[in-house]
Design a protein around this ligand. Structure first.
Ligand SMILES: Nc1ncnc2c1ncn2[C@@H]1O[C@H](COP(=O)(O)OP(=O)(O)OP(=O)(O)O)[C@@H](O)[C@H]1O
Ligand SMILES: [Mg+2]
Length: 263
């Protein structure tokens, strides 16, 4: 579905992404892991149009999408989650979802003058859709709360919910589980799994929690120093000597111990 060919993202002389190549298969939940500073977020941002790569190619179902802007990718169904912007914190969770779909008819003057009924109809449909999304994510109870006042984990679910308001095909998640308590982490994982199996979403997710990765992701891609160093199942990756080596100091094992300690 997505193919990345020899991608480079240089910042001045620094090679954050240094010739990365990978494939994301339709229907998969691919995990992207690697030590801090490996270039994972930079790679994501190149694929999702936030950064323009220095060189290399990104293909979407064979079409060259290198350098397209986030809104252009959005229309193709390629989405990355963003933190709920500060200025939307005073809107309710439902309202945050309702404003995602682009091209609402309320935006044009013509429709403002002549299409009041249509606007009302669309708003009703949007509201129903938002409520359906909240229910799917099991957070109907926060619909009327201000987005600025919900917990960190609930915010992550709401960010995921934003991708459900449009026709997403592939969603990129950058550390969606970071700092989230175990219960909500389970809810998030479950939502990802159901979006994948029931709605055909393809995912690529950066995550540091290997347990979370193991439960959701196949395959797992490991990045180090701007390059892809290994691809395999979570089990294979966790036994790969070169991967363990790359993690020394911040190791996979250390991370796992930390998680267990926290429980
Ligand atoms: N805009 C930028 N300008 C300069 N250097 C940058 C920029 N963005 C990232 N870098 C550098 O590129 C390297 C890779 O960063 P990146 O955020 O992609 O890593 P990461 O794998 O996501 O790390 P982490 O696991 O800590 O999130 C880092 O050394 C970082 O300091
Ligand atoms: Mg990162």
């Amino acid at each position: 579905m997505i193919e990345v060919r020899d991608l480079h993202m240089h910042f001045g002389g620094f090679r954050a992404v240094d010739g990365a190549s990978l494939r994301l298969e339709q229907g998969s939940i691919t995990g992207l892991i690697g030590p801090n500073g490996a270039g994972k977020t930079s790679l994501f941002n190149c694929i999702a149009g936030v950064l323009t790569p220095t060189s290399g190619q990104v293909l979407f179902n064979g079409e060259d999408i290198t350098g397209l802007k986030p809104h252009e990718l959005f229309h193709k169904g390629i989405l990355r989650t963003f933190q709920i912007a500060h200025e939307f914190g005073s809107m309710t969770c439902r309202e945050n979802l309702m404003m995602v779909p682009a091209g609402q008819s309320g935006e044009t003057l013509w429709n403002t003058w002549f299409g009041r009924k249509r606007i009302a109809d669309e708003e009703r449909a949007l509201r129903a859709k938002a409520d359906e999304v909240l229910e799917f994510l099991t957070i109907s109870h926060i619909a009327d709360l201000k987005a600025g006042e919900i917990s960190g984990g609930q915010k992550k679910l709401l960010e995921l919910g934003r991708t459900m308001m449009v026709d997403a095909k592939i969603v990129f998640l950058d550390e969606v589980g970071a700092g989230v308590n175990r219960t909500l982490l389970y809810t998030i994982g479950d939502a990802i799994k159901r979006l994948n199996t029931e709605r055909g979403y393809t995912f690529c997710m950066i995550e540091h929690d290997m347990e979370f990765i193991k439960q959701l992701c196949d395959p797992v891609i490991v990045m180090a120093q701007g390059q892809v160093m290994a691809t395999g199942t979570a089990e294979e990756i966790m036994q790969n000597e070169a991967v363990i080596e790359a993690y020394l100091g911040t190791g996979v094992k250390n991370k796992k111990t930390e998680t267990e300690d926290a429980e």
